[in-house]
Design a protein around this ligand. Structure first.
Ligand code: SAM
Length: 269
């Protein structure tokens, strides 16, 4: 990575630790975040990767937002529990370490790339069905030098039915890809039994929980927790929906390409 590949971001101006359970990035991680930003801006001129381009928005809506979903698994010794918005029981969710993670519908690499940067010990697979985005991500990952990242251009429905990938991940991350029920159908078949899916959502209402519950019963999943968080700069509401795969998902799921999005489970469709 050349220095010219890096755009300076005032990363020290913003408070990571208060809202990320006490976690702070190291210098190398800050350098990688700046490089990620520079390459995303450059790629955005050719490809429609993101509308979030101002430095302050990039920090809050891409970096912070990606990392807040994995607070329960950020390094323990750097975490101040008192500062965390999360409930303490969340942090004891047992998963084997290091984790095998998949980011479903990664787009420009979110939340998967920030996660891969802060957890170099995890293996992080980025999945997206849009080839041009994956070509961009391939060169980005090479330039950043992230040996723990794998790339896969495919549909979540196809991967979920592939014996090579079905039931092989510990943690699935999925942001801005579809309805919660659709995200559950994409993610749960890919998880090992006991694995956890993190659905990054904006608004969340009690009726969303009801609708999701009926889909989870079909998929062998259970709702662990819905965690409300407030973004640190613009004070917007976000919800992190944590699901656990309690038992193997029936082979009927995920349904063929396009069906989960058109007919979300639990609607009688
Ligand atoms: N997760 C990123 C983020 O939050 O910035 C990108 C979100 S973008 C709105 C949705 C992405 O999901 C697109 O890049 C699209 O190609 C991908 N996608 C949608 N459905 C998919 C599917 N069934 N399998 C794989 N990728 C999918």
């Amino acid at each position: 990575m050349n220095d010219s590949d890096v755009v300076s971001l005032p990363l020290d101006l913003w408070d990571w630790s208060l809202t990320l359970g006490g976690w702070q990035p190291q210098d190398l991680q800050k350098h990688l975040f700046c490089s990620l930003y520079a390459h995303l801006l450059a790629g955005n001129q050719r490809l429609n990767l993101t509308r979030i381009t101002a430095p302050v928005d990039f920090w809050e809506k891409h970096l912070w937002d990606s990392l807040v979903g994995i607070v329960p698994w950020l390094p323990q010794d750097e975490r101040s529990q008192a500062a965390s918005e999360f409930k303490p029981e969340l942090c004891s969710w047992a998963l084997p370490d290091p984790l095998c993670v998949i980011d479903i519908g990664t787009g420009g690499g979110f939340p998967g790339l920030p996660v891969a940067i802060v957890r170099p010990d995890w293996q992080v697979s980025l999945l997206d069905s849009t080839r041009k985005k994956m070509v961009f991500l391939e060169s980005l990952v090479q330039r950043l030098g992230l040996p723990n990242v794998r790339l896969r251009c495919d549909r979540a429905e196809t991967l979920g039915q592939s014996p090579q990938f079905r039931q092989t991940f510990d943690l699935a991350l999925i942001r801005a890809v579809g309805s919660a029920r659709c995200c559950a159908e994409y993610s749960l078949p890919l998880l090992k039994v006991g694995g956890i899916a993190v659905l990054y959502r904006g608004e969340w209402h009690p009726e969303d929980t009801l609708a999701l519950d009926s889909a989870l019963r079909l998929l062998g999943g259970e709702l662990l927790q819905v965690q409300a968080v407030t973004t640190p700069l613009t004070q917007s509401q976000r919800h992190l929906v944590y699901l656990r795969k309690a038992e193997p998902t029936r082979l009927d799921y995920p349904r063929p390409v396009g069906v989960p999005a058109r007919h979300p489970l639990g609607t009688g469709a």
